[in-house]
Structure formats: C-alpha cells, structure tokens
Write a protein that binds this ligand. Sequence first.
Ligand code: GLN
Length: 283
Amino acid sequence: MNKDLSLRSLLGSTSLPRNEAYILMAYVLNKHYQLPRSTLVSRDEMELDGLALEEWQSLESRRLNGEPVAYLIGKRGFHNIELQVAPGVLIPRPETELLVDIALQEIKRLEGKVKHPNILDLGTGSGAIALSIANEASHTQVIATDQSTEALSIAKLNAKFLGLETRIEFAQGSWYEALKEDVMFDVILSNPPYIANQDPHLNQGDLRFEPIDALTDHSTGLSCLEAIIIGCPMHLKPGGLIAVEHGFDQSDAVVGLMKTAGLVDIQVHRDLAYHPRVVSARK
Ligand code: GLN
C-alpha cells in the first residue's frame, strides 16, 4: 500500500508538538510550492512530493533532535519586525522586547528636547534591539556593535531586508572598544551574555545550538554586565539612560554595579513572567 503523504496524514502522525509541525510545514509549502500557510487547512489532502517531502522529513528529524525552530526556518519575529537568524547569532527572546519598550519610552520622553536621539546597542547579535528601535523611532541615530563578525554580517543583512540600512551604523569590537572615543549617547542598551559558565541551562533546549559566546561570559555571568555598566558614564550624556537585561537572579548584583558606577534613578523592571529582567539607570 502506498504511504499517505497528504498534509493531514503527515501532520497527524508526527511526534512534534502541533504548533511546531505547522510552522515547519508552512515553511516547506511556501518554499517548494509558493503556497500560503492557509493551505494547511484549506487543502490538507494535498500530497508532498520529491524535494518538499525530503525537506519536511529532514526538518522534522532535526527538530526532534533539538535544533531550534528559528534556525530551521531561518527567521524569528521580534517586537514589530521579523529577523533572519542563523546559528551565528542568539535567537531573539520575547523578554528582550522589554528592553526595547523601555528605550522607546525614553525616546518619547526626549521628544521636543533632543532632535535625533543617539542610541547604542552593545552586542547586537541579529540586530534585534537596534533594528526594532530604528524601525519604531525614525528620528533616532542608532549604533550597533558586536565582537563577532558573523553576527555583524547577519545584523547588516537584517538592516538591509528591513530597509533600515541608512538608519543604523555597525561597529565591530568588544563593548565600548568598538566606538570612536568621542561619541556620547542618550540611551545605552545591552542584552549581554549573562549566563554563568556552570549553569546547567547551557546544556538544555535551544541553548545547546546557540553561539556559546552569546550566552555566557565563561565566568560568573556578571563580567560583561560589569564592563558595560562601569564603562557607561564615559559614553552617556548627562541624564542619559542605560538599560541592561540580566538573569532572573542577578538583579541585586546589577543594581549594585549601577550604584558603584555612580548612576542614579535605578529601576528594576519585570518581564511577562514577573521575573526581574532589566535594570535601568541614569547618569
Ligand atoms: N542583542 C541581541 C538580542 O538581544 C543578542 C544578544 C546576545 O547575543 N547576547 O537578541
């Protein structure tokens, strides 16, 4: 008997969670037949053939093996944009949207005071933070840095795809070392590697497939946060805002670093899961 290769049968028999199977199948339909996602419902008797069938089987087994969905389909939604992602960059997380919202609120506050607010995103990865801000606030000037040339080339590609390449400048290097010395910012943002080197999460789930240098500082988890916070007064305008993302149990330590740096108006912000996730402060 011929095997049933209809969408209904393939989706019905996979051991993947339903939402993941649908995302991967929609990707296959779009890539091989230029069909929309709605085909999954409207034409579920359709059979896959040739390369499309091979691709479905390969994606299904790679996902069952743990590879992140975002790397398999090469993209991820973040804030109001879609980003291309590949194993050279961290997959943008919903928690990080909090950092973007804090920055947008500050940019709004500066309206009528600063014509072109200067924003810095340290360790931009896919460009998630910098590009969301450039996309939402068209009067800003955004500089995005990363140490990894691979990450920067993905971030540049994203800027191009989103039509934002003239709005954003990229610089390579470790934290502030990437900058020309005399630039001062209204807002400094970063979602640095903050997982401690011994943290068992590094060996679980999507994290196993993400760039290790984007996840951990290979130390206590606080060394990058420290470099960013202690260095910020040199690069913030008076009254300028810094906001950094951190691990759920690092908020006291990050507040301590902000105090050591002489910053004021220190605030802890919670994510949707109610974990302290971002600390902001002013020079
Ligand atoms: N800034 C990027 C993001 O938030 C990358 C962060 C990182 O690689 N640690 O997704």
